[in-house]
Design a protein around this ligand. Structure first.
Ligand code: NDP
Length: 400
């Protein structure tokens, strides 16, 4: 039994908080703290009569370390689950360090002024966390997150060495809008308009955005176009999976999404360079976020499924072996259960599971770790229990 402080109350946090409340045997107390406290209060009101977990709320600016420290000292959580935006990661890590409380997040730190997806800033905290005797678990969402757990599980149970990993993220959901993003538009567009890259033979190969396209026949979904992107877990898996020769990440996009994105890019709306507008500095991408549908409003409209997983090729007892581990999630079933679509669901459930494992001591070591550095078995078991059952195909179709 323990206490968790969740920071942020957006799409992903809402699912994680529903799951924390379902898991009231583990989570005795929950404080939901965010910039807009009314969202926290609303969620508390919705959930407090459904759970034994005691819920409180607070207002916090996660860019302000002393505010965070005060909140942590007042509430005294065992673990802080950071579900604000990647820009706040380091401030929240600083506050956890000062108060000696464990830390969990789902996305690596990004400086606001450059779309750079790298772990170097957070890995720089390793020694400080070791000395403080606390755990930081980085990237406990789906990708990164479950994809790292699948990799550790494949290595532990199926391979002597893994040589190739293809991570495939397919969202076949249809929300009926010509253009909308399934999670925070600013973070999503920064990710997909950046250059692509993959890890091969110890180095990064860079591509133009959306340069590499493949068609893949996804189990339970069918054929979809997918594009190679850079993705943060490539960096940690490249280091943590021995024998790896190549890792790639592909995400599906429909033609309408890509046409709109190209147009928005061409007119400068996806830029993160501030411009002056009527005497006020604005960032075009932040303005675009303000006019796009709020991802949390997509839940009731989205129909279809997601399929996210990893194809592994490697060796077992001297022979080549290939397996595909994946999860299929249905947007409408997620909505029925927690009031959110599958993209938030597939991130919020693993966020709760990682937090639970750190909080109850199953995953506890001093320092800063990516998810594949822990024993995958308890996490894999919890995925089946908490709504993200996985399947293994032993003779999968490979990426052409
Ligand atoms: P949202 O924009 O829906 O939610 C972000 C929340 O953080 C909002 O409640 C926002 O407050 C709050 N927030 C923002 N800035 C601050 C601040 N300075 N102080 C306090 N609270 C703040 O984002 P999502 O829920 O879609 O994403 C949350 C995280 O999950 C992101 O880091 C994202 O990158 C990550 N993610 C990870 C995935 C994975 O698979 N690993 C997949 C999808 C997302 P307000 O309500 O006032 O705006």
């Amino acid at each position: 039994m323990g206490k968790v402080l969740v920071i942020g109350c957006g799409g992903v946090a809402s699912v994680a908080i529903h799951k924390i409340c379902q898991n009231d045997k583990e989570f005795q107390e929950l404080c939901i703290a965010s910039r807009t406290v009314s969202k926290c209060d609303e969620l508390k009101k919705k959930l407090q009569n459904t759970t034994k977990t005691k819920i409180t709320t607070a207002k916090v600016d996660a860019n302000n370390v002393s505010e965070l420290v005060k909140l942590i000292k007042d509430f005294k959580p065992d673990v802080v689950l950071n579900l604000a935006l990647p820009y706040q990661d380091l401030k929240i890590m600083d506050a956890c360090l000062e108060t000696k409380v464990h830390y969990v997040d789902t996305a690596n730190y990004e400086p606001e002024d450059t779309a750079k997806f790298e772990y170097k800033w957070q890995w720089a905290y390793r020694e400080k966390y070791e000395k403080a005797g606390i755990t930081a678990l980085l990237g406990s969402g789906f990708d990164p997150g479950v994809t790292g757990v699948f990799s550790a599980y494949a290595l532990k149970h199926y391979f002597d060495e893994i040589n190739y990993i293809d991570i495939l993220d397919c969202n076949a959901g249809d929300h009926g809008y010509p253009f909308a993003t399934n999670f925070n538009p600013e973070i999503n567009i920064r990710e997909v308009s950046a250059k692509g890259s993959y890890w091969e033979n110890g180095k990064w190969i860079e591509t133009e955005p959306m340069e590499i396209k493949r068609v893949y026949n996804f189990p339970e979904i069918g054929e979809k176009d997918m594009y190679l992107l850079h993705h943060e877990e490539l960096e940690s898996l490249g280091l943590n999976i021995p024998g790896i020769k190549r890792i790639r990440f592909f995400m599906t996009f429909g033609q309408s999404y890509l046409t709109h994105l190209k147009c928005l890019e061409n007119v400068g709306m996806t830029s993160i360079e501030p411009i002056m507008y009527e005497g006020k500095e604005i960032v075009p991408l932040q303005f675009l976020k303000a006019v796009l549908p709020d991802p949390s409003s997509l839940g009731p409209r989205t129909k279809g499924k997601t399929n996210i997983g990893c194809i592994f090729i490697g060796k077992k007892d001297g022979k080549e072996r290939k397996i595909y581990i994946y999860n299929v999630c249905d947007h409408q079933e997620c909505y029925k259960e927690v009031g959110s679509q599958a993209v938030a669901y597939t991130t919020g459930v693993p966020a709760m599971i990682g937090t639970m494992l750190v909080m109850n001591g199953t995953w506890r070591k001093a320092g800063v770790f990516n998810i594949e550095e822990f024993d995958p078995d308890p996490f894999m078991e919890a995925l089946n229990k908490w709504g993200l059952p996985w399947k293994i195909s032993e003779n999968p179709e490979l990426v052409p």
